[in-house]
Design a protein around this ligand. Structure first.
Ligand SMILES: Cc1ncc(COP(=O)(O)O)c(C=O)c1O
Length: 391
């Protein structure tokens, strides 16, 4: 769905109404929900043409609006949200929406990587992503190789020849460790000069509001839209943005056959949430920055991980790459796992739950929940330093 061309607008403005044209919806001022599985074709010839375009056999003509086919391929609410998201992500020319953050990740990776190829990724990453890399990709003859302590040069020299993509999460769940994306892009281009190795970045923690991976050399920015994009802990969804619309079209092709598109009602909820994304994330970041000072001063606290407290290289990356610290806080308590559990069990206002990015505050112990896989354990936390994360 396209709207009339106009001058450049601030993302805070486009997030409210981009992608929605009231003339296509009886002049409703906000998008209606289209709970529809299939769409009528104007003629048999048009039906054939729509399929040829959808299967990539024929290119869409300039300005041609090809009609909808079937909701597993596309639906108006998904399209409207995608247009809104692409309009707010700096450097993006296209977006795609999925049934979950994990399906955004898996659908993208299965499009970009072929059997026999390798994926390099830096730990830590979200536990579900780590599980997919280590336990599921090998069955598809794909090896995901972890890069330890940013040792990308050696890893690229060893595996560059059959490398499908590089994958990072920054800030990472749950440690908030940051990756210098521009430096990684430079390494990829220098050490594997014969082609552009796709750099895929999970930008869930800072979102398009505080970090723009595509402007720092990433090819895909991935989101668990369940978190800040959705923003109310009332949906599960995923999304991606990219500089190259052809790449997004390819991933949408995989999405159609895996059936990982976001259904209309959830896409509608997501679009509704876009209108308050800036307000929510800015306020949440301010609240967290304030809270961190109190947490840090508490005698029970060993260490607080939060971007404004970073030192050295991590502080440099934060200054260079992000516009605000966001609202994720990782805390290491004195007294081990027992102390962490006592803290969590004593919470009154903050809910003990996994996930993040909603309007309520949540806290969990990643080591025994979201990052409880063996490898995630080893990387995220030594036995002596249990951590509680607050979102
Ligand atoms: C950083 C990150 N990426 C991806 C995911 C997976 O998203 P979803 O739960 O929407 O599938 C999560 C979930 O917590 C996450 O924290």
């Amino acid at each position: 769905m396209t709207t009339e061309p106009r001058g450049p607008l601030h993302p805070q403005t486009t997030s409210v109404s981009e992608g929605f044209d009231p003339r296509l919806s009886v002049m409703a001022v906000r998008p209606p929900i289209y709970p529809v599985s299939t769409y009528a074709f104007p003629s048999a010839e048009q039906a054939a043409h729509y399929f040829e375009v959808a299967l990539g056999k024929v290119q869409r003509g300039p300005g041609e609006d090809v009609g909808l086919i079937y909701a597993r391929l596309n639906n108006p609410n998904a399209e409207m949200f995608e247009d809104a998201l692409a309009s707010v992500e700096k450097g993006a020319h296209a977006a795609a929406v999925f049934s979950s953050g994990m399906s955004a990740i898996t659908t993208s990776l299965l499009t970009l990587a072929k059997p026999g190829q390798k994926i390099l990724y830096e730990r830590p990453v979200y536990g579900g992503t780590d599980h997919f890399f280590r336990h599921m990709l090998p069955d598809l003859q794909l090896s995901a190789i972890a890069v330890e302590n940013s040792a990308w040069d050696d890893a690229l020299r060893a595996h560059g020849a059959d490398l499908a993509l590089a994958y990072v999460e920054t800030p990472a769940n749950p440690t908030l460790r940051m990756i210098d994306l521009a430096a990684l892009r430079e390494r990829l281009d220098r050490i594997v000069p014969d082609r552009r190795v796709p750099l895929v970045v999970d930008n869930t923690f800072l979102g398009p509001v505080f970090q723009s991976p595509l402007r720092h050399g990433a090819d895909l920015a991935l989101y668990s839209a369940t978190k800040f994009l959705g923003g109310h802990s009332d949906l599960v969804a995923g999304a991606l943005t990219a500089t190259d619309p052809a790449l997004v079209a390819k991933i949408k092709g995989t999405r159609a056959f895996l059936g990982t598109i976001c259904e209309p009602f959830t896409a509608w909820l997501l679009q509704k949430s876009m209108a308050t994304l800036w307000l929510r994330m800015i306020k949440q970041s301010k609240n967290a920055s304030h809270l961190v000072k109190t947490i840090k001063a508490h005698p029970a606290v060993e260490t607080v991980h939060y971007p404004t407290l970073f030192v050295g290289d991590q502080a440099r990356i934060f200054q260079q790459q992000c516009t605000a610290p966001g609202s994720m806080i990782a805390v290491e308590l004195r007294g081990g796992r027992a102390a962490a559990f006592r803290f969590l069990n004593a919470l009154k206002l903050v809910r003990l739950a996994v996930s993040l990015g909603g309007v309520e505050s949540l806290a969990c112990h990643p080591r025994s929940t979201t990052a409880s896989g063996d490898e995630a354990r080893r990387i995220c936390e030594p036995e002596a330093s249990p951590r509680a994360s607050c979102g």
